[in-house]
Design a protein around this ligand. Sequence first.
Ligand SMILES: Cc1cc2nc3c(=O)[nH]c(=O)nc-3n(C[C@H](O)[C@H](O)[C@H](O)COP(=O)(O)O)c2cc1C
Length: 200
Amino acid sequence: MHKILILYYSRHGAVSLLAKEVAYGIETVEECEAVLRTVPPVSAVCEAVEPAIPEQGDIYASAQDLADCSGLVLGSPTRFGTIASPLKYFFDQAASEWLAGTLVDKPAGVFTSSSSMHGGQESTLLSMMLPLIHHGMIMVGIPYPGTPIGSTDTGGTPYGASHVNGPDNINPIDNDEKAASRILGRRVANCAVLIAKQPL
Ligand SMILES: Cc1cc2nc3c(=O)[nH]c(=O)nc-3n(C[C@H](O)[C@H](O)[C@H](O)COP(=O)(O)O)c2cc1C
């Protein structure tokens, strides 16, 4: 089985819901298993330490998860138009994996949730790709044909899946956003299977 890592951060739950849709898409691909991992929040107090295992939800990602995966889907809330710091912090600690080439030639996709429609989803998705490209990953987007990308009036972009959570952060994930998330997961998983059969 190929493990496809869904590495995400979610403060209020929207990105976590998208992660489950991505997982659904991954698991439609035979030979692929979705592995959900999160990261702890970063603290302004440098001595503060999170418990090794979170009290609820998915467990924290480790360097071993990066080594074990055949593909990665990264999910972050939009934070001032860019990636959330807990995920940036995780990658800032992944220099050993970068040196070892742990993620080289593995496929990757990205997804996000924002409050507002024009609040920076695309810039966030693009910013999330940067560390993945430095790690040598192959970015996978969402094509227009056969997907809701060209017709959605909520989330869903060619750069990755997304959700518009609304000013009160209570919008449900709509059908286009669900479909885009599942398509992204499936495409990353399919690419991982193909690359395993024919390494680049
Ligand atoms: C510090 C901070 C910055 C944010 N910046 C943006 C932003 O630039 N654009 C936007 O539309 N929403 C922004 N938001 C709202 C979040 O992106 C939105 O609530 C998202 O759905 C949260 O995902 P979560 O429920 O998984 O935590 C921001 C929220 C916080 C706390």
